[in-house]
Design a protein around this ligand. Structure first.
Ligand code: AMP
Length: 142
């Protein structure tokens, strides 16, 4: 059905729901699964406001996220699965990763928001717009 599924995980409460759906699809397709988490550069948020080297803090955040992804992978004994932590804006990094790695399905969580909030862009909405492959928005309850 699919050859390479990409699941984007925010590592929050909805992670299990979104990952479970992606793993089920991986199993029926017998395909590769990539799990990614994106971290916003701390300098975007704090710019020059904090008089310290943020590189180390950024590295700690990246290491912690990498460990969490690996834990999720190991707890489900996933094979043919890789984990990546990237730095940037979630939508752009997800699109970029998908194009670079011939992903044919992107799985994200969606809160099913309505109206302006949806227009102004949840991550799922941002991923859907501009994606060059199928996108599955998994309904998660808040
Ligand atoms: P949001 O619209 O930000 O509530 O997020 C909806 C979905 O987008 C999440 O369930 C994830 O699938 C994905 N997502 C949001 N933020 C990130 C992130 N930092 N890294 C990877 N995926 C994310």
């Amino acid at each position: 059905m699919y050859n390479h599924i990409l699941v984007a995980l925010d590592l929050g409460k909805e992670t299990d729901t979104v990952l479970n759906k992606a793993v089920a699809l991986q199993q029926v397709s017998s395909c590769k699964l990539s799990m990614i988490h994106i971290i916003e550069p701390i300098s975007y948020a704090y710019g020059g406001d904090i008089p310290m080297d943020l590189g180390e803090v950024q590295q700690q955040l990246e290491d912690r996220s990498t460990n969490k992804l690996e834990e999720l992978k190991n707890s489900r004994q996933l094979t043919n699965t890789d984990c990546s932590v990237l730095v940037g804006r979630p939508e752009s990094e997800i699109h970029h990763f998908a194009e670079e790695n011939n992903v044919d399905l992107i799985v994200v969580g969606s809160h099913g928001r309505h109206g302006l909030q949806l227009l102004l862009g949840s991550t799922a909405n941002g991923v859907l717009h501009g994606a060059k492959c199928d996108v599955l928005a998994v309904r998660v309850h808040q």
